[in-house]
Structures are given as C-alpha cells and as structure tokens.
Design a protein around this ligand. Sequence first.
Ligand code: DGJ
Length: 737
Amino acid sequence: MAIVYHEKSKEFHLYNNEISYIIKILDNNQLGNLYYGKRIQDRDDFSHLLKGCLRPLAAYVFENDYTLSLQHTKQEYPSYGTTDFRYPAYEIKQSNGSRITNFLYYSHEIYSGKKKLQGLPATYVEDENEATTLEVTLFDEVIDTSLVLTYSIYEQLPVITRNTKFIHHGNEKIIITKSMSASVDLPDSEYEMLNLAGAWSRERHLKTRRIEQGTQGIYSMTGTSSAEHNPFLVLKRPNTDENIGEAYGFSLIYSGNHLEQVEVDTFNRTRIIIGIHPDTFEWSLQKNEVFQTPEVVLVYSDQGLNKMSQTFHKLYRTRLARGYWRDKPRPVLVNNWEATEMEFTEEKVLQIAKAGKKLGAEMFVLDDGWFGDRDNDKVGLGDWYVNNFDKLPEGIVGLSRKIEEMGLKFGLWFEPEMVNKDSDLYRQHPDWIIATPNRRTSPSRNQYVLDFSREEVVDYIYGLMEKVLGEANISYVKWDMNRYITECYSVGRDSEMQGMNFHQYVLGVYSLYDRLTHRFPNILFESCSSGGARFDPGILYFAPQGWTSDDTDAIERLNIQYGTSYVYPISSMGAHVSAVPNQQVGRITPIETRANVAYFGAFGYELDLNLLSDEEKNKVKEQISFYKKHRELMMKGNYYRLLSPFENQDTAWSVVSDDQSKGIIGYYKVLNVPNDDWKRLKLRGLNQNKQYIINGDPKRIHFGDELMHVGIIIDDDDFCNNSVDFSSSLYVLTEKI
Ligand code: DGJ
C-alpha cells in the first residue's frame, strides 16, 4: 500500500520510492500538512513537525491553548477567517450572508486505483496497482455540506494528483465563490517560480523569478487556458537547474479560466493555490447537488527540472492522453493553411496533396475555408457543410475519396465553438452566442462564441460534425478555437447561475470532444487555438496532439517548443516545416533547420510543396523518411533539455530511448559567429558503459561517459567553415553492438 493511516497519531502517509506526503487530522479535526517532498521513512507519529506557540496578534482555535493557530499551520484545504488570514482554497456564501465555514474530519477511504472524474478530464490508471487513492471526507454541520479531498499517488512515478468535491445535503442553497483544486503549504520560501507566459505566436516562453513575501501568480480570465499563461507552475530551489536540485511542479488539467497563486507570508512560508479562477466563478448548490473541481497534478523532483518534465511527459503521454492514437506513430501530414489560406480550389489542394504523397507524406489536411460561404473570416463559421461547389465540386465526400485514392489519409479543420453573424446558424439562432442582454457584444476575428454551456447548442454542432465525419473518409480533425470570451452571459439561465457560465462552457467543450471521440475512436484529433492558446492538459486528454503555435519560424519555435517541454511531451507538439520567408516573422532559415526543429514534435509540412526547387524536394523526401525511421524514438524517448534558448544563443535538446541504445540530438546555432569557440555539448541520459556510433560514422565511436562528461564535439564542418545564420545539426547515436 502506498498510503498508510496511523490511527493513533491520525496521520496519513502517502509515499512511494521517491516521494512522501504527510497529512494530519489536527486537534480541531481540520486537515493539516506535515510534509511534502523527497521520500522519508515512515513512522507512527510525525506530530513533532507541528509547531505552535503564543505569538502577538495571532488568533487561536482553542481558549487557553496556544498550540493551534491556523495562520501558523500548514493546511490541506484552508479557509479564511477562522484564525488564518491568508488567501484560502475555497469560499462559500451562505444564506445568512456569512462566508465562515468549519469542515471537520468525518471519514476516509483508501483504495487501489483511481476513479474517473465526472465530466472532466483526468489522469487514469490501466491497472489498479498503478496508483492508490485516499479520499478524506470533511463535514460542516452548520451548512450541512460535505467536502471530499481526493489524493492519488502513482506507484512508479513521483506524482500525486488532487481534486476536491463539495456535496451539499442542506435545504438552504449555498454559493461556492471559490473552489481551488488544491492548496499546498510549504514550510519556507527559498524558491524561484517558473511559469510559461506568452501571447499569440510566442506562446509558453519560460519566465523565472524569485518569490517574495506577498502574492505572485499567473492566471487566465479569457475563457480558455490562454496563450498568456499556461496552467502550470514550478517552485524550484534557487540552485536547482535542469539536472540537480529540488523542484515542485503543479499542472492543472483544465482548459478554462484558471489561477495559480503563490503566497509567501511574513513568516516565510509558502502557499500555492491552483484551480479555476475565482474572479469569474460562482457555483450554487441546492440540496444533493455536487461541485467537482478539475484535477491538479503535483510532481516532485530532487534531480532537477529535466526529471520533473520527464515525469510529466510520461504521465501525460501514457496516462492522460488516450485512445487509438495514444501510442501509435503519428502520420506525417501536409496542411494547406500557410499555402493557400481560404483561397483554394479542389484542383489546387489535390496538387498540394499529390506533391506530398510523392515525397512520402501520409496525410493531407484541409484547413479553414471549406464550409458554408467561407471565403474570408467574416462568413461561414457554424455552417459545417459545403455550400461552395465551385471550390469543392464533389464536397468533402468527393475530395476525401480522391485524397484516399492517392494513398493518403484525409484530415479536416473545424472551429466548432464559433459562429459568424453571416451564417445560416446565426440567422436561425441569434440567441445562441455568448452575449449580455442590452450590452454591446465585442467581435474578435469577426466571430462570436457559441454558448456551449447550453446542451442544445452542443447537440446541434455535434449533429453537423457527426454528419460530415460519418459521410466522408476522415482520419484526422483539427479543432480550432480562435477567440477569447467576452460579455460572458448565458441567455435563459437564472440570474443567480450566471457565475457558472465559464465553467459550464468548458464542460460543454469537453462533452462535445467526448461524444466525437467515442463516435469516431480512430480519428486523430489535433487541438488548436490560434496556434497554442489552448494547449493544456485538459485538451490533451481528448486530443493527443495540439498545434503548438501559429509561429512556424524555426528559430521562434526553439523558444516555444523548449518552453512547452517543461510540462508537455514532444509527442503532443504539432510541428511543421513551412515556407520562407516565414509568414510570421519574415525570417529565412535553411530547410534543414526547419526540419531539425520540427522533428522534435508531431511532424508535418505547412506549405505548397510544388513551389520548392527539385533540390528542396529531394531534401523533403529525405526528411520524411528520416522522421518515419525515428518517429517512435521521438515520440516515446526520454527528452533532455541541453542548452536553453532563454539563457544562451545556441539551443540543444535530445531524446534517448528507454533502453539507452539510441538517441538523437538537435543542436541549433542561431547566429553565426566568426571564428567561434570549439563547441562541446555534454549529453544526458546515455549509458556510460555503452559505445555509441555518431551519425553512422565508424570514426566517431565514443563511450556514453565520454559523451556525457567531456561532451560531443559539435561538427566543425557544420559550424566553422560553411556556417550561416540559423544553421543546425542533428546527431543520431546508435549503440555499437
Ligand atoms: C488558426 C490556426 O492556428 C491556423 O493554423 C489555421 O488553422 C487558422 N486558424 C485557420 O483559420
């Protein structure tokens, strides 16, 4: 059992070989935390870790007893106003206007495995022995409400997942105004905070700052997880780097508004709260109703950030992503968006597909512009059927048949949550958009958001999509979402329930994903949101890959893919070679470098291959066959960050197979430097006793220890003599048998 309960001391110890997490039922019957970190030996009683004494200005739980002041106690799910003055994990508004609560230990249950979360994505187990779960039920008798805190610990990974549930039994309605997925109190504040921030076309850049007394945090109130702040946070020791030191990672499995807040109090203790953003949230519960938070994943590493990331990768690739495509090699695809945007004809896209087929691609994806009267972004969204037979004479059915006849799979773009005012859908149902009565409704990209918090809206869109996907030969869907939510209001919902809209919207998106992935289990879903504005673990549960960014420039992608790798596996990052000058930044990079970056992702092309020279076409052919040969390793190998673009001019990363027999290293030299230093790059994750052949060259055979401690010599030929700006090199390592 990875969870023990010590009856006498009333302590739960969750542990595996790597981590320990210790919870105590405090003297007042609330839940306290005694420890979270590297595995320690179990013992019957850890209560010496609790500290309490008389302090000026402190308020105490009991009279004439100075041991328990919640302000000075590490807790599991703290409330405000009953001797703790820090930000709480939750808040409940009651009919008498009070927000004071007192949830006390009622019962607990420990069981093997891990339950599903109703309506929400979450990590899972395939065998009950993979995880053990603790559910602690607390009860507030005044409002007659239960609070269930659920913890699962994975047996083989340094991972604890948490979620929270309120079950209301009382006759009087309560309103939850805040319900975070978890709160974690740490005993000191010697940490730096890492997070992934950005904007359209520069998503998930790494930010690092020292935490200070007061609050600091990140959030989204866009209605989605956003390009601005990914729902992910790390606290690391100041001396922690990629390879050594402690790091605590927190990742929220959610695609809507979120908050990750770090509070350091004046006694230098740190509280992390993470969950749905309370400022845009209110959830009322009547008798027998339940509110369930999303799941948050806690990863601990005492071997640096890279180990933390590898843990997230393994968990998310194998126990969050699901379905037919989870473990399958992903098809090399050609997408027409950057080649044609919405101006295409069937003939044109068939030409692009044909060129792709000739060079070895496996799938053609038709992007935006195929439906309704869609010739520009002012029209058509919502009408998921072909209207324009000049563009597609035999519709999607005919086009998909022709693509399949070429020997390619066919993929199609949708933006299910959106509508243009110029559409049949809007003309029939103008009240289906998210808009506040008597207020202006703000357009964005000339489109409006459908109210997915309403079942009939989701049903309608499901019907349209089901028809297209059922009739044609479609193997892949790109699910886009190109604007944030404004004037959030749901027509027809009670005034008191309007605070539920943002979360209900996300539940609506999940329900459509759920229905479509069940109805079409073999379709590969790729998520997208103006590039990577909804690249989060919630969506990863339904779509095992996502379009990482609209920025396809290889050099910009170094930052984006490097940052994304802190939490997401490279198998989840859609990465395409596009044309130069690059559409987003105008940069001209060699086609080798564009591929050398995109290989470390779900690989494809995003250009008109017919416009390439013969020499470039030959290179594309070689690239595709290289990727096919190595994609299993790229998808499933262990990923190492070797040189950070956020700290260096050059960037490097690698993947190494589990059995350490193979590896691929990508080295990217951004700007050419005349008469540059000799470069050596220290590799990671190899077997020190194995010999590796580099790029099949019998003259370059080295032991793993040399490659890791002395380093691989970066080719002089590549970088000294003929180097240009934006050049790069790949090194394929194979074990010498
Ligand atoms: C935004 C996406 O990120 C692009 O790849 C493309 O699909 C466009 N939308 C289409 O409108």
